[in-house]
Design a protein around this ligand. Structure first.
Ligand code: MN
Length: 257
């Protein structure tokens, strides 16, 4: 087995090392990761400045590289240039902090896995639901089990998995839920402050949601101490909206343009 691992918290993140530790005994383990924090960079890629990659030392890894790019850049670098043969799976994580609900499009972690899926490789984003004092062993071990299941069963075309693990010791995790993405919104507020020169600046932030978690969603699973596994598809077409848009009877009339 060959795995390609990236992480939006950077090459030195303990969550990345936890994944390497899990896979190194059973797989050729390749790491391509950003040199520093790239959280909340979404699916950004580097097109307007040089993209760099140089060898890095990661304990246990078959080979590792550090890049000035984003997680999506790192996966592309790995797929197109650095990893000598096509990996069987792309892993992005383990992120410190959850990636749930409407936050998915902001997530560098999820975007790393999306990039892997765009290359046609089964891909998983893994996060532990705590920004402070996250513990990774349960999440790393579950990722190992999930990869074994993927190699056994395969994943549908264009599907990636977004996994969020409660920050709990293994015996307190209540189970595994296959979930939907919740509609909950986290970034909901701007803090306005004034700098020492009298200019206003802003800080995007969010308040804990008071919305009830809908059963079967990713946020609900975490709130009930379960591991959340959400299948995500690359096809963003909204099939539900077809009938609505067709009912508008949009017509092209060249003479009016
Ligand atoms: Mn992160």
């Amino acid at each position: 087995m060959r795995v390609l691992i990236t992480n939006d918290d950077g090459i030195a993140s303990p969550g990345l090392q936890a994944l390497v530790n899990e896979f190194a005994p059973v797989a050729q383990t390749f790491v391509v990761a950003p040199e520093g924090e790239r959280s909340a960079t979404g699916h950004a890629i580097t097109l307007h400045k040089p993209l760099r990659a140089r060898a890095a030392a990661i304990a246990g890894a078959t080979a590792a590289w550090v890049s000035n790019g984003t997680p999506a850049d790192c996966v592309a670098l790995g797929m197109l240039e650095l990893v000598p043969e096509r990996p069987d799976v792309v892993l992005s994580g383990i992120n410190a902090g959850p990636n749930l609900a409407r936050d998915l499009t902001y997530s560098g972690t999820v975007s790393g896995a999306m990039e892997g899926a765009i290359f046609g490789v089964p891909s998983i984003a893994v996060s532990v639901a705590a920004f402070t004092d996250p513990t990774f062993p349960a999440a790393a071990h579950f990722t190992g089990e999930l990869v074994r299941a993927i190699l056994l069963h395969g994943l549908p075309t264009d599907t990636l998995l977004n996994v969020n693990v409660p920050n709990l010791p293994a015996h307190r995790i209540a189970g595994i839920a296959i979930t939907r993405q919740s509609a909950r919104r986290y970034i909901s507020r701007l803090e306005k402050r004034v700098d020492p020169r009298g200019q206003a600046y802003y800080w995007l932030t969010g308040d804990p949601s008071t919305q009830e978690d809908v059963e079967g969603t990713d946020t609900w699973a975490l709130a009930s101490n379960q591991i959340s596994v959400t299948p995500i598809t690359l096809d963003m077409t909204d099939d539900r909206a077809f009938a609505v848009l067709r009912s508008w009877n949009l017509a092209w009339s060249p003479e009016r343009h």
